[in-house]
Design a protein around this ligand. Structure first.
Ligand code: FEO
Length: 166
């Protein structure tokens, strides 16, 4: 049986992944409406990935005979002042998820649940990649600064990042 504290943290993680999925869907939709089709495709894809991260956890908790509590979600942020604000939200969301995953890992070591610890390693690797992608994209936007003509190229280039962090 899984320890109650670990089951609770895994259920929390299910919520955070679901939350990220809905947040990225909102970001995709914002970009779509603003005419940034590349950025929209990137976030539609990220949203799908986060949904997979969530489902993978749901299946794992069930496999381990834990109780999954499919969560209610907080409303995502729908409006952004700029592309920079959009990508800052992306990076901050990934940093938050990484911190939460680290909490699960810490608890697994405390409670000596090496099976969950092993399962969570996939998420550790995933987070490294996603954070790196978010930082790279934000760096690019910072280089562009107020040069809005660069947004067109950014919107084209970002398609090359789709699926990078699968
Ligand atoms: Fe699955 Fe990027 O958090």
């Amino acid at each position: 049986m899984m320890k109650a504290s670990i089951e609770k943290l895994l259920n929390d993680q299910i919520k955070f992944e679901a939350q990220a999925s809905m947040q990225y869907l909102a970001m995709a939709s914002w970009a779509d409406a603003a005419g940034y089709s590349g950025i929209a495709n990137f976030f539609y894809s990220q949203s799908e990935e986060e949904r997979l991260h969530m489902t993978k956890l749901v299946k794992f908790v069930n496999e381990r005979s834990g109780k999954v509590l499919v969560p209610a979600l907080d409303a995502p942020i729908l409006e952004f002042d700029s592309l920079k604000a959009l990508f800052e939200k992306f990076l901050n969301s990934e940093i938050f998820v990484t911190e939460q995953i680290n909490k699960v890992i810490f608890e697994c070591l405390e409670k000596k649940d090496y099976n969950v610890h092993n399962f969570m390693q996939w998420y550790v690797t995933e987070q490294l990649e996603e954070e790196a992608t978010a930082r790279t994209l934000l760096d690019k936007l910072n280089i562009l600064g107020d040069d809005r003509s660069g947004y067109y190229l950014f919107d084209k280039d970002i398609e090359g990042f789709i699926g990078d962090s699968k």
